[in-house]
Design a protein around this ligand. Structure first.
Ligand code: MN
Length: 228
């Protein structure tokens, strides 16, 4: 091991259900507008246009159950999403081979500074300040596909203080999990440890300090996140 000039950054790990093991994260890719009803609510065209991706930082993932309301925004939105954890990578992965690269699945929330994102869109600027900020990806434990299979249908939902806000079905994804992996692998070299957030159904909306978010996906349980 080299003699590093500063201490080495820690590896980000997400708990895996059923034991003490932890999934180490390399990169976090996120797909935009992957459910037709959400695409329409964001003013987009729900036709099957090529998918687009942005990234969050691995250390934006937070399994603590708390979301500190970030500075420099007064319009922070919740987006409940299915997270896909890869155990194998590569380039030009065929759609019919893609699921063999998946280790498991988790419930995640893509927290978004919507006001900063709207400004970035208007100015044709990148999205990092609206998407890739500290604690911006609350996440639950990873359920191994060996135990839960590869969910492609079922309720994906989010409640705020007990009131339903987002409800959709995994089968409403415009680009399905194998297609997303295949498409990403044409542009990036995927690797074990990569995580993909697969887009959010309709009903995104603002959160406030004191709110209690409950995000759930059929077959994967749920997570509770307090906005602090
Ligand atoms: Mn999202």
């Amino acid at each position: 091991m080299p003699d590093y000039v500063i201490s080495t950054p820690p590896v980000v790990g997400i708990p895996v259900t059923g034991g003490a093991e932890v999934f180490p994260v390399r990169r976090v890719y996120c797909i935009g507008r992957n459910y037709a009803a959400h695409t329409i609510e964001m003013g987009g065209n729900p036709d099957r246009e090529p998918p687009f991706f942005f990234q969050k930082n691995p250390d934006n993932l937070d399994a603590s159950g708390e979301f500190p309301y970030p500075a420099h925004s007064s319009d922070v939105h919740h987006e409940v999403e299915l997270a896909i954890a890869l155990k194998a990578g590569g380039t030009a992965i065929a759609v019919d081979q893609a699921l063999a690269h998946v280790f498991g699945y988790a419930v995640a929330i893509d927290m978004t500074r919507r006001d900063l994102q709207a400004e970035a869109k208007k100015m044709s600027r990148p999205w990092e300040t609206s998407k890739a900020f500290e604690h911006s990806a609350p996440v639950g434990p990873i359920h191994p596909a060996a135990k839960v299979g590869h969910p492609d249908r079922g309720l994906i939902a989010l409640k705020v203080n007990g009131a339903p806000r987002q409800e959709g079905d995994l089968n409403q994804m415009i680009w399905k999990v194998p297609e997303m992996i295949s498409f990403l692998s044409e542009y990036f070299e995927l690797a074990p440890g990569d995580l993909i957030l697969s887009g959010t159904p309709a009903g995104v909306g603002p959160v406030a300090k004191g709110d209690r978010l409950e995000a759930s996906i059929e077959g994967l349980g749920g997570i509770v996140v307090a906005v602090v």
